[in-house]
Design a protein around this ligand. Structure first.
Ligand SMILES: [Zn+2]
Length: 69
């Protein structure tokens, strides 16, 4: 049933008392807040502790003992 819903935006705490039932950026008040939340989430996920490379290829081949003999 289409109607109005109450949305309490978790980002800016805005309360929309009469948001449409199909309010696109739910549960956020606006697309902007949705992006802010996404940005927060990505910052958590992609937190990079150091600049060291996890799997730097050893391209001098000097101590490669894994090839067929
Ligand atoms: Zn908001």
């Amino acid at each position: 049933m289409l109607g109005c819903v109450r949305i309490a935006c978790p980002i800016c705490k805005t309360v929309l008392e009469n948001a449409p039932d199909n309010h696109e950026p739910r549960p956020f008040c606006s697309a902007r807040c949705k992006l802010v939340d996404l940005g927060n989430w990505l910052n958590e996920s992609y937190r990079i502790p150091t600049n060291e490379r996890p799997d730097a290829p050893n391209d001098d081949g000097a101590d490669d003992d894994f090839g067929p003999s």
